[in-house]
Design a protein around this ligand. Structure first.
Ligand SMILES: *Cc1c(COP(=O)(O)O)cnc(C)c1O
Length: 431
């Protein structure tokens, strides 16, 4: 029995499913999860000593690759000064200033420790600020595991959702309306019916939790216009896309395409922590003034704005803000995506792929899906075979077709070439 297998069996005795976040268990693709011993640059090594080119990057945060020297130095220095104080530190202000300088729609923000907390707090803030209860979410988008957001579309035209998890009473999701991504007609109908009751609409602008699906400019412009017309707040969940698809996040891309575009509240995580537990939500000074201790919306956290996490985040943001960083990262990611598409075409495999900045996705399908039902209709069996064929060749892709992939600044042209060589063999494998 190999070390990964024995570690997995041991873990399963004391941790449900052997993992602390379900997708790590490889249930979607089958097989034994790799227990990671260490990471450096673009690589991970598992418990067997096997090396992998890492396209998960801790699900997004590791945009500089593992063990970036400037980030490690900042973390080491912060650790020496103390792990946590439960009191304000200058570094929290510095990180807030750094983020605000890059994201014009955000005037103030509050730090928390996970994307889940940030999304949940943003919803509470939107409800508190508007005095309304109903929220819109889009099917296939993930905003963390808060009760009100664990909901899927109802049947037929009903937009009232059903809980996707046991332990979430139907009453808790009664005010969550679930709409199809990129569906303009549904969006208009929903605002026509519920407009005055809608506190906010929360969206992943480029959805990375149903692989990789962009909201079209037309859809986003309509969503913004309807929110503005009805006094509904537009919440951009940029936990994945923030500082990943562009230095200014996905909102900078929509602002470039849609005149006057800006979300009302933004949610960040992943890259802003550089691999440590850190997330944030922010917006205009007016909206943020609703939060305690200034306003009536309660929100708090013992480890919020942790001094080690903020040091890690600041050092990470400093590196990615260097001139040319995103051009180089985008070019590398595009080379991967173009190479995969060419290899699939050569093998006669129906395959489509897309990328933005350092985030990418691919599907075994004739065309890019525009919403969750279309993602579900792509070839899952083929994805799973490809996943294992790549893993066996030392390429670590996300172990489920519902996940986006990530390239880091540490991925070299040689790493991309090695990945494409593996992909040519994987595509050619018989079913
Ligand atoms: C990862 C993610 C979250 C949840 O963040 P956690 O830190 O895992 O709680 C929320 N929204 C989006 C878009 C994410 O990708």
């Amino acid at each position: 029995m190999d070390s990964n297998q024995s570690l997995f069996e041991r873990a399963q005795r004391v941790i449900p499913g052997g993992v602390n976040s379900p997708v790590r268990a490889f249930r979607a693709v089958g097989g034994t999860p790799r227990f990671i011993a260490r990471g450096q640059g673009a690589y991970l090594w598992d418990a067997q000593g096997q090396r992998y080119i890492d396209y998960i990057g801790s699900w997004g945060p590791m945009i500089l690759g593992h063990g970036h020297p400037a980030v490690l130095a900042a973390v080491h220095a912060a650790v020496d000064d103390g792990l946590s104080f439960g009191a304000p530190t200058e570094r929290e202000t510095e990180l807030a200033e750094a983020i605000i300088a890059l994201v014009p729609s955000v005037e103030q923000l509050r730090f928390v420790s996970s994307g889940t907390e940030a999304g949940m707090s943003a919803i509470r803030l939107a409800r508190g600020a508007t005095g309304r209860a109903k929220i819109i979410k889009f099917e296939g988008c993930y905003h963390g595991h808060a009760d009100a957001l664990l909901v899927k579309a109802g049947s037929g035209l009903a937009t009232f959702g059903h809980p996707t998890s046991a332990g979430v009473p139907p009453e808790v999701v009664r005010d969550t309306l679930v709409l199809e991504y990129n569906n303009l007609d549904q969006l208009e109908a929903c605002f026509a019916e519920h407009g005055p009751a809608l506190a906010c609409a929360i969206i992943e602008p480029i959805a990375g939790n149903m692989n990789f699906v962009r909201a079209s400019n037309a859809f986003m412009a309509k969503l913004r216009a309807l929110c503005s017309a009805h006094g509904t707040l537009l919440v951009f969940d940029e936990v994945m896309t923030g500082f990943r698809v562009a230095l200014g996040g996905a909102q900078s891309l929509y602002a470039a395409a849609i005149a006057g575009f800006a979300p009302d509240i933004s949610v960040f995580g992943k890259v802003i922590g550089g691999g440590m537990p850190l997330a944030a939500f922010g917006g205009s000074r007016d909206v943020m003034a609703q939060l305690a201790p200034l306003g009536p919306v309660y929100q708090a956290g013992t480890l919020s704005g942790n001094p080690v996490a903020t040091a890690c985040g600041l050092a990470t943001l400093h590196e990615i803000a260097r001139p040319g960083f995103f051009d180089a990262l985008s070019a590398r990611t595009q080379a991967l995506v173009a190479g995969l598409s060419a290899a699939a075409a050569q093998a006669g495999v129906p395959f489509v792929a897309d990328s933005q900045g350092g985030m990418f996705g691919f599907f075994f399908a004739p065309e890019l899906p525009q919403h969750y039902p279309a993602v579900l209709a792509t070839d899952k069996a083929r994805f799973n075979r490809f996943f294992h064929a790549m893993l066996a060749r030392g390429v670590y892709l996300a172990p489920a077709l519902y996940e986006a992939g990530f390239v880091s600044a540490a991925h070299s042209a040689d790493d991309i070439a090695a990945t494409l060589a593996a992909a040519r063999q994987a595509f050619a494998e018989p079913a």
